[in-house]
Design a protein around this ligand. Structure first.
Ligand SMILES: Cc1cc2nc3c(=O)[nH]c(=O)nc-3n(C[C@H](O)[C@H](O)[C@H](O)COP(=O)(O)OP(=O)(O)OC[C@H]3O[C@@H](n4cnc5c(N)ncnc54)[C@H](O)[C@@H]3O)c2cc1C
Length: 467
């Protein structure tokens, strides 16, 4: 029998973010050839277009790790290939002999803000969704940035409540205060300094307040209380741990509010809006309460003046034909939520499954799902596997123990078949001018804001040095 490293099985991973690159690497380490496609020119996913750009160290570390994995000799990276546009899942499954297809395409569809009629403000930038905001914020300094342009308006309201909403609050407050400091007082603070020091400390240093800057600031509206914000995962289901997590959530929110000077309206949801001459003027908010863990509207409404709304209520996986969904999530089976329901050889990992998660969870999901499902019975992955389905584990045990195990248990495809697909990828790479992974990345990595700022600052520093 062939040893695993001598086998030439072939898998396809769709999406080259944290989860997809990790899954591909695990398979490659087991001797399986893997094609990893991504809709974008660059891999990295939310690390490039979601994680706010002040996380320089984290971004560079995670991207270097993704590079290391995608450089594996058994992995072929194909950029600018979008599932659902360049090819449909059905075609891929019918016409190509992949042992397994792994969906790692993240969650890029903003959950629509449930306020009838409000979408009409999107085109004018009076309504902005989080994914668009972050792409703009992370890339607007690039000379060839051609995405939508936004201007944050004083009095902006953000709807949301997770960690990403707090990043959004930082972004909008830094945009407002940074601009006003420059225009009114000629004080030029870059975002890295503002983010590190916080706006309160900077304003205090100059004896200024938001009032002095002529700013109302921004407001965060959340449907639950501060203590219920999902900012900290409880260490266990123990009530004491849950209370501790709530204390931390409340403290975190207060720290953010103090440093970045924004207002907070808990227990409210937007239900309607007011406008004048096509301009958004106010949101109508309805008070809520939490009953048995559920958010319940009370019927009591109030007006909240605002010229702009940013919706940060979460992202969900895009719905594509052929993939089963349960609500907004991909319908999966099994303890790791990795096997797509109804398919033997289709799997899903990372944010693509539920829309939620962080880097650690996406990576662990990508890794653990490829490894041994049975192993996870003993060591559940924090945050991913909450409840193990014993029955499923028994069934799985009889079939295959993991995605890697599943692939290796399949008949080896003929080498002609593998080479045919390999060749297809090569041809497509030629069409887009792809030579090597490193060359492609070097040509497509955008200029970094910190580099631009260093360049701007350098002549000044040089002069000071000469004095
Ligand atoms: C504002 C914000 C702040 C965050 N801060 C943190 C933080 O501080 N710490 C932390 O740990 N996590 C943070 N996260 C979360 C973290 O970035 C994500 O959980 C993680 O990167 C998700 O990885 P993924 O591989 O599952 O998905 P993604 O990164 O979304 O990767 C999916 C990939 O699939 C590609 N793709 C999508 N559709 C298709 C298609 N149809 N065909 C081909 N390719 C496709 C995409 O281009 C993308 O490259 C933050 C997220 C946001 C939005």
């Amino acid at each position: 029998m062939n040893k695993p490293h001598e086998r030439e099985h072939l898998a396809l991973v769709i999406g080259a973010g944290v989860a997809g690159s990790e899954a591909a690497y695990q398979l490659a380490q087991n001797g399986i050839r893997v094609i990893v496609v991504d809709q974008n020119a660059l891999p990295y996913g939310k690390i490039e277009d979601g994680l706010p750009l002040w996380h320089i160290g984290l971004r560079d570390r995670v991207e270097a790790d993704i590079d290391r994995k995608l450089r594996h000799p058994k992995i072929k990276f194909l950029p600018l290939f979008k599932l659902g546009k360049d090819m449909q899942l059905e075609d891929l499954m019918k016409n190509y002999k992949f042992d397994a297809i792994i969906l790692a395409f993240g969650a890029w569809k903003d959950r629509p803000l449930p306020v009838p009629g409000i979408e009409k403000f999107r085109e004018s930038g009076q309504l902005i969704y989080q994914n668009d905001l972050l792409k703009w914020y992370n890339h607007k300094h690039e000379p060839d940035y051609d995405g939508p342009l936004f201007e944050i308006k004083d009095g902006v309201t953000v709807i949301g409540g997770g960690l990403s909403s707090l990043d959004v609050m930082k972004i909008v407050m830094m945009e407002l205060v940074g601009k006003a400091l420059k225009e009114k007082y000629g004080l030029d603070y870059d975002l890295f300094t503002m983010e590190k020091r916080g706006l309160k400390s900077i304003l205090e240093e100059h004896g200024l307040t938001l009032d002095d800057l002529g700013l109302k600031g921004a407001t965060l509206v959340y449907r639950r209380s501060a203590r219920e914000m999902p900012l900290k995962i409880p260490a266990s289901d123990d009530p004491a741990d849950k209370e501790r997590a709530k204390d931390i959530a409340e403290k975190l929110l207060n720290t953010y509010r103090e440093k970045f000077l924004f207002q907070f309206i808990p227990h409210a949801v937007p239900v309607d809006f007011e406008e004048k001459d096509g301009r958004l003027t106010a949101l109508i908010l309805e008070k809520t309460k939490t009953e048995n863990g559920k958010v319940v509207k009370t019927g009591e409404r109030f007006r909240h003046e605002t010229p702009q709304v940013i919706s940060s209520i979460g992202s969900v996986p895009v719905k594509l034909p052929g993939i089963p969904y349960e609500g907004d999530a991909i319908k999966t089976e099994g303890p790791l939520k990795a096997k797509v329901a109804g398919y033997e050889n289709l799997f899903a990992v990372g944010n693509a499954v539920t829309g939620k998660g962080n880097i650690k969870m996406a990576k662990e999901h990508g890794r653990e799902a490829m490894k041994n499902w049975i192993e996870t019975k003993r060591t559940p992955v924090a945050g991913v596997v909450r409840q193990l389905d014993e029955k499923y584990l028994e069934d799985t045990d009889k079939r295959a123990e993991s995605i890697t195990g599943y692939i290796l248990s399949q008949p080896i495809p003929t080498q002609e078949e593998v080479e045919r697909i390999w060749e297809l990828v090569e041809n497509r790479r030629k069409q887009i001018g792809y030579t090597t992974y490193d060359d492609w990345i070097a040509r497509h990595k955008p200029v970094r804001l910190e580099e631009l700022l260093n360049k701007i600052n350098k002549p000044r520093e040089g002069k000071e040095g000469k004095k």
